[in-house]
Write a protein that binds this ligand. Structure first.
Ligand SMILES: Cc1cc2nc3c(=O)[nH]c(=O)nc-3n(C[C@H](O)[C@H](O)[C@H](O)COP(=O)(O)OP(=O)(O)OC[C@H]3O[C@@H](n4cnc5c(N)ncnc54)[C@H](O)[C@@H]3O)c2cc1C
Length: 448
């Protein structure tokens, strides 16, 4: 029998930072990380293996992230766990005992119950090197690719599948716009620009209708839409979301609901020695306290850093999910944090918004300049920031993280309008036209 003070199950966005944080906070404790795969993909980089980075092997979390932190890496599947005896049974027959356990078993892709979905050449987006290698070689031989789902994954996949391939790509979304779930209808300026970018690359974007049937014999030959249209396909990729991987916890008698393994704000499960984090764990909204279905690597790592720090002393509290997304297509970056204006209203908030657009360099003729548009949404009752959207060049990806920090720290429109910023012609907007500050000022004007 193997033994460690702390055992972490899962080697991805949640498991690795949970183990590393545990080592940092409790350096005298031994840590074992158990993961079932030999190589772990960087989950967010998966779309890019089909184009930009070229193959799954170029998109891996290095083992040194674990072993370099003094953590023992065990490549084996966890078959079952026994909370009473405080041990985990592995697929190989080995048993590992623990004092504290972190479950970070992630999620599995959702497979919609559509007739014909089990046909050959229908793939989901599995975080598995061999599976993706097979998908890639099918893609290399394909002529007509259909992608179901136009969220971040679908959009990025469509863009990457086209790179270096003479292939027809169609993307199907039941909502009216790509990325609509993230941005809300009123920020669909962003969604429309993404749709235009995809169309300009020859990608056929079909929105506002459902895929109702996968056609063909053994292999997919096409898909049928709710509106009666039929689209040719020799490859269908489904990217419509995930479901938490809770099997191990459920069998061990831990409390589980449809949102995942039930955890408190310390990331502790129904067993006081067992913590859970990442896609497998329940989430709640930062704004409403209601259950949240968001599953992101950025959320997984935050939760992991809370779980890892709390294993022996309660040091951190989960404030709930803010929800921060970004994606980039060519030169265009779109990003969103917190609630959209419409989303906030539907949660009962009275809100007011401000928008500002300006070059992200000054003067605007500086090399690398992109026009950057920022929208901020404030709670009218207390002036606090509850959401933001950014559209622009690569700098939009970091600005949205600043906006998330403002939301998490409950900054008001006045706080943001008088925010002390650092600016430089080569890397930021001008201090006079600084979009974040001006969007807050304009929201204040609208508030009065
Ligand atoms: C294509 C794609 C693109 C994405 N892009 C982004 C993005 O740009 N930004 C973002 O924030 N999020 C993104 N996400 C979401 C993000 O990938 C997930 O939220 C994140 O991977 C969750 O991490 P996790 O560690 O909780 O779970 P997972 O990544 O699912 O990892 C679970 C780990 O547990 C292991 N495991 C499971 N069961 C066992 C067992 N029984 N024994 C041993 N090991 C086990 C698995 O092998 C794996 O190592 C993307 C997801 C996909 C699929």
């Amino acid at each position: 029998m193997k033994s460690a003070d702390i055992v972490v199950i899962g080697g991805s966005a949640a498991g690795v930072p949970a183990a590393v944080t545990a080592r940092r906070h409790y350096p005298d404790k031994s840590v074992i990380l158990v993961r079932k795969e030999k190589q772990v993909l960087i989950p967010c980089g998966i779309p890019y293996i089909f184009g930009t980075v070229g193959k799954p092997e170029n998109n891996l979390i290095p083992d040194a992230a674990v072993t370099g932190a003094g953590i023992e890496l065990v490549m084996d599947g966890a078959r079952s766990l026994d909370p009473a005896k405080k041990c985990v049974a592995l697929e190989s027959g080995e048993v590992v005992s623990y004092d504290r356990l972190v479950i970070a078993t992630g999620s599995k892709p959702l497979v919609p119950p559509i007739p014909g979905i089990d046909k050959k050449n229908v793939f989901v987006v599995q975080k598995d090197v061999d599976y993706l290698r097979n998908l890639m070689s099918t893609l290399d031989g394909a002529k007509d690719v259909v992608i179901l789902g136009c969220g971040f994954i679908g959009v990025e996949l469509a863009d990457e599948c086209k790179k270096g391939r003479n292939v027809n790509v169609t993307i199907i979304e039941m909502l009216n716009h790509c990325l609509q779930i993230a941005f809300g209808e009123e920020a669909c300026k962003c969604c429309q620009e993404v749709e235009q970018d995809l169309a300009s690359k020859g990608i056929n974007v079909i929105t506002g209708t459902r895929l109702v049937e996968v056609m063909g014999g053994e292999k997919v030959t096409g898909v049928k839409l709710e509106d009666g249209r039929k689209i040719k396909a020799d490859l269908l990729i489904v990217g419509i979301g995930v479901t938490p991987n809770t099997e191990l916890a459920e069998k061990a008698g831990l409390k589980v609901d449809k949102g995942g393994i039930v955890v408190d704000t310390n990331m502790r499960t129904s067993d006081s020695n067992i913590f859970a984090c990442g896609d497998c764990a329940t989430k709640f909204s930062f704004f409403t306290g209601q259950p949240s279905g968001l599953r992101l690597a950025s959320i997984a790592t935050t939760e992991a850093r809370i779980a890892g720090a709390n294993l022996y002393n309660t040091r951190r509290k989960n404030p709930g999910v803010v929800g921060v997304f970004s994606t980039a297509l060519g030169g265009l970056t779109v990003a969103m944090a917190g609630m959209s204006e419409k989303g906030a209203r539907s949660c009962g908030f009275e809100v007011v918004a401000g928008e500002a657009e300006a070059p992200d360099r000054h003067p605007g003729g500086m090399p690398g300049m992109s026009k950057m548009w920022v929208k901020l949404v404030f709670n009218k009752a207390n002036g606090e920031l509850v959401g933001g959207a950014v559209r622009g060049g690569p700098s939009a990806g970091e600005l949205i993280n600043t906006i998330s920090a403002c939301i998490q720290n409950k900054m008001t429109a006045d706080d943001i309008a008088t925010f002390q910023i650092g600016t430089h012609p080569a890397v930021t907007a001008s201090p006079i036209a600084y979009q974040l500050v001006n969007a807050a000022e304009l929201a204040l004007k609208n508030m009065r």
